[in-house]
Design a protein around this ligand. Structure first.
Ligand SMILES: CCCCCOc1ccc(S(N)(=O)=O)cc1
Ligand SMILES: [Zn+2]
Length: 266
């Protein structure tokens, strides 16, 4: 219905859209958005945080899929086979997938930062609360629905465990390509140090829902230049389209607002 001013009511200022995801950079009313900069000195040691318990079954590994934002390694999650519990979590969470975010060059690429230090890449191991919810899709909409372990990647020694994944990437060069991937245990991508920070946040890509308990490992894992370059040869684009290299697939930092970051270590 035309409004009294005779101008079309649907006209409104365009919100700032993220160039990559065409999604709002800021979620209206968002109070717990991710990623954030973790200020080490402002994080609070919580002695009640328990050790994180991680138990992955390599036989639940299904395939690698280029979804046009990143590449996902997806897991069979119809039973409690690959799970995490403890740490800040009240329930057991099931592994659904893991993926990475990275930059065009080694100077940037991670989503979270530590005292403003950026890493060349960041691994996200995505789990959902299978005690409280029926499916990952349901859990995505709930405040305690997801738990994501974040691991920083830094340039250094060759990472033997990552190489099996790197060798499979050419098979998923283009958006929507998928390749079978079996018997991979993602625990090989975790640092041996148990220390982590944890805070209440959100998905960093659409639908950006505020459903994630983030568990950010203090220690980074080392990978070498060729392994990082392998990520950068992936494409955002489908076969036949003008090629766009899959790089800089990270969301900008979001305001901390009224949140505390807790540490599992002193
Ligand atoms: C209902 C379908 C939802 C698909 C989206 O799933 C996601 C999105 C982002 C993340 S991240 N970068 O915050 O770890 C994890 C999972
Ligand atoms: Zn992610």
């Amino acid at each position: 219905r035309p409004c009294s001013l005779g101008t079309c009511c649907s006209y409104r200022l365009r919100d700032a859209l993220h160039p990559l995801w065409q999604s709002p950079l800021s979620v209206p009313g968002g109070t717990r958005q991710s990623p954030i900069d973790i200020q080490w000195r402002d994080s609070i040691f919580d002695p009640y945080l328990r050790p994180l318990k991680i138990s992955y079954d390599p036989d639940t590994c299904l395939h690698i899929w280029n979804n046009g934002y990143s590449f996902l390694v997806e897991f069979e999650d119809s039973a409690d086979k690959s799970i995490i519990m403890g740490g800040p979590l009240e329930n057991q969470y099931r592994l659904k997938q893991f993926h990475f975010h990275w930059g065009a060059i080694n100077e940037w690429g991670s989503e979270h930062t530590i005292d403003s230090r950026v890493y060349p890449a960041e691994l996200h191991l995505v789990h959902w609360n299978a005690v409280k919810y029926e499916s990952f899709e349901d859990a995505v909409m709930e405040g305690n629905g997801l738990a994501v372990i974040g691991v920083f990647l830094k340039l250094g020694a060759y990472h033997d465990g990552l190489q099996k994944l790197v060798d499979a990437l050419p098979a998923v060069k283009h958006k929507d390509e998928i390749v079978e991937f079996d018997s991979f245990d993602p625990s090989c991508l975790l640092p041996s140090c148990p220390d982590y920070w944890t805070y209440a946040g959100s998905l960093t890509t659409p639908p950006l829902t505020e459903s994630v308990t983030w568990i950010i490992k203090k220690k980074a894992i080392e990978v070498d230049e060729d392994q990082l370059e392998a990520f950068r040869m992936l494409l955002f684009t489908s076969p036949g389209e003008e090629e766009k290299r899959m790089v800089d697939n990270f969301r900008p930092l979001q305001p901390l607002m009224n949140r505390t970051v807790r540490s599992s270590f002193q």
